[in-house]
Ligand binder design. Structure first.
Ligand code: URA
Length: 191
């Protein structure tokens, strides 16, 4: 257990718990304010993220930033973004359950230090791990479920929205629902 971000990040950056460490350029720890009340969790780094060491910096990331901007959220100011796995799976395949098992401890520590009020799962991989094993994004997106004092919501992965632009209006609804929830339960996100 960690009581500060610096020690957590230093140890995480040296992680060799699974074989993804062998092919990474950079480990992608996370980005955002350590005072955030809202945390976003994606799947794992892709090529651009691996090269730059920051989550969601490719085409999907640009789209995510637009949705964030629509509800006055900003990855540098009032949210925190992390992934289920911190190193890029080869050829962008889904992270294996055993890779997620090895990596989830880092996410748990990030969550313990942040103590977010809301966690938004971006896509199936994080929603099925953090909300429910059989979570269906197309059916359950935008629904808030409280677990252990944290409100969880799953929505579309930005890469899925690039593939299926017809889902963009639903995604916007989810972000508007998120804004409403923030206004209800958060203290300083919109300060
Ligand atoms: N997809 C993810 O799930 N996370 C990233 O950081 C980039 C792409």
């Amino acid at each position: 257990m960690y009581d500060n971000w610096e020690a957590l990040k230093t140890d995480c950056m040296e992680c060799r718990k699974c074989s993804l460490c062998e092919t990474r350029t950079n480990l992608v720890f996370g980005v955002g304010s350590e005072n955030s009340e809202v945390m976003f969790v994606g799947e794992g780094p892709g090529e651009n993220e691996d090269l730059q060491g920051e989550p969601f910096v490719g085409r999907g990331g640009k789209l995510l930033d637009k949705y964030l901007e629509a509800i006055e959220l900003d990855r540098r100011k009032n949210i925190y973004i992390a992934n289920m796995v911190k190193c890029r799976p080869p050829k962008n395949r889904d992270p294996l359950p055993e890779e997620q098992d090895e990596c989830i401890g880092w996410l748990r520590e990030q969550t313990r230090l942040l103590r977010p009020k809301i966690i938004v799962c971006l896509g199936r991989i994080s929603a099925q791990r953090l909300i429910s094993k059989d979570f269906k994004v197309t059916k359950q997106h935008g629904e808030f479920v409280e677990k252990g004092g944290i409100f969880f919501m799953g929505t579309f992965h930005p890469a899925a929205l690039l593939r299926n632009p017809n889902q963009k209006p639903d995604a916007l609804e989810d972000f508007l629902a998120l804004r409403k929830k923030i206004l209800e339960i958060c203290d300083h996100t919109y300060e």
